[in-house]
Write a protein of this length. Structure first.
Length: 126
């Protein structure tokens, strides 16, 4: 019985090692995939690697972190677009204001000219 137990123990431990080594490797794979995807995101702002991580490891904590980064990246892109539109609208309004100022200056000059002509015509009636 003792010999049987001694023979089964290494077999049992080998089986346990095989069972528990796979999840550690999977954890390392998703973490490594996240690190590579995040480096790519930092360099080029591309989210494809993070999206692939979500597809490959949907239940991983790293996939949820990738999702957060993707959502913030999309929100940032949306806000950049909104800011660009606002700056363009502001520039357009600034241009319109400058045109109105120029028209106002021209009208003021014409009023001054007409006022001068009116004064002259009152001083020298024909």
């Amino acid at each position: 019985m003792r010999i049987f137990f001694l023979l089964l123990m290494p077999l049992f431990l080998t089986g346990c090692t095989a069972l528990f080594s796979s999840p550690k490797q999977a954890v390392l794979q998703d973490q490594q995939a996240f690190c590579l995807a995040f480096e790519e995101f930092q360099e080029s702002h591309k989210i494809e690697g993070l999206q692939k991580l979500q597809d490959d490891f949907p239940d991983s904590v790293w996939a949820s972190r990738a999702e957060t980064i993707i959502l913030y990246s999309r929100e940032l892109d949306l806000r950049k677009g909104q800011n660009k539109k606002l700056r363009e609208a502001e520039k357009q309004r600034t241009d319109e204001l400058e045109q109105l100022k120029e028209q106002n200056r021209q009208l003021t000059e014409k009023i001054d000219q007409l006022t001068g002509l009116l004064i002259q015509s009152e001083q020298h009636p024909q």
